[in-house]
Design a protein around this ligand. Structure first.
Ligand code: SAM
Length: 288
């Protein structure tokens, strides 16, 4: 099965559409990491696709990447299986007066892929992580591309220095030494359950409106993704990376942003630094 958590994923995005709208207007570190990956995708499209190419945006969400590309003169179609996302994307297109060269439709990549048409470029940000079998997804993308077509795909790198060092350190610090966490854990034992529930806050951009539905995110290392791309008939010809810094236990947001920007520049010609980024945006060219 291509997407075993289909129902859960759809439910999650259908109810949290407002977060995907907000992310692109905020300037906290977490929101910026989404904007950076979009900037990388857009600049890679500008580098590898001629001006009026036709582009398909898979899992377009509220349409921010599609609309940025349309503003640059591309003809873009964005698809998403969530009605709330597509409606917001259409509203965004109206506000920006871009309905002519940017259309959005509710479609399911798994069920509707044969009716999506043919494109010079396909972008997929935060998309293939929701599928169990990335090779089949990329093969399907391959079949929707014209002969010279390229795909710009974002993945989450699963083996950064943060995963190996900082996150375990942070988790242990939280468990063993953080005084607030220690008090919270003690409170869980001492206070009655309804009181504890009352104080429990979901972690999110808009905590008040967030619906928590846990789904699996499939992450790959850059070298695993290289193999996945090859097996799907592609060659990776260009890469941009961003989002290096882990949980903020010793960085302020502003400092993290400044350091991330520095690391993004350094990664351009340093493979070790490049391999430490969470956001990995790759250009895949058809080989077969
Ligand atoms: C993480 S969001 C990313 C949204 C947007 N690309 C962005 O970066 O802001 C993933 C999107 O993929 C959509 N999606 C997941 N599975 C899909 C499928 N099978 N067909 C169409 N859209 C899908 C979800 O509804 C969601 O809007």
């Amino acid at each position: 099965m291509l997407q075993s958590q289909y129902k859960k994923i759809k439910e999650k995005f259908e109810s949290n559409q407002h977060l995907w709208q907000e992310k692109y207007y905020r300037n906290d570190y977490e929101s910026l990491t989404f904007q950076w990956r979009q900037d990388d995708c857009v600049s890679l499209c500008q580098k590898h696709l001629h001006a009026n190419s036709r582009i398909l945006d898979l899992g377009c969400g509220c349409g921010h990447a599609s609309l940025t590309l349309a503003q640059l003169g591309y003809n873009v179609v964005g698809i998403d299986f969530c009605e709330s996302m597509v409606k917001q994307a259409q509203r965004n297109a109206e506000i920006k007066n871009l309905q002519k060269n940017c259309t959005f439709k509710q479609a399911d990549f798994v069920k509707d892929k044969l009716t999506l048409g043919s494109y010079d470029g396909i972008i997929a940000l935060g998309f293939i992580e929701y599928f169990d079998d990335p090779i089949t997804v990329l093969r399907n993308i391959h079949s929707l591309l014209s002969v010279q077509g390229i795909a710009v795909i974002q993945i989450w790198n699963r083996n950064t220095i943060s995963d190996r060092v900082f996150s375990p350190l942070y988790a242990n610090y939280q468990k063993l030494f953080n005084p607030i966490q220690i008090v919270k854990r003690m409170a869980k034992f001492i206070l009655p359950k309804p009181v504890v529930e009352k104080f429990r806050k979901p972690v999110s951009l808009s905590a008040d409106k967030y619906v928590y539905i846990n789904v699996t995110h499939h992450r790959y290392t850059p070298s695993e993704f290289d193999i996945i791309a090859k097996k799907s008939g592609f060659k990776i010809i260009d890469v941009r990376v961003s989002h290096f810094l882990p949980y903020p236990f010793f960085f302020s947001d502003n400092r993290r942003i400044r350091w991330d920007k520095k690391l993004q520049t350094m990664a351009a010609d340093n493979e070790f630094i490049k391999a430490q980024a969470y956001n990995y945006v790759a250009v895949l060219r058809k080989e077969l």
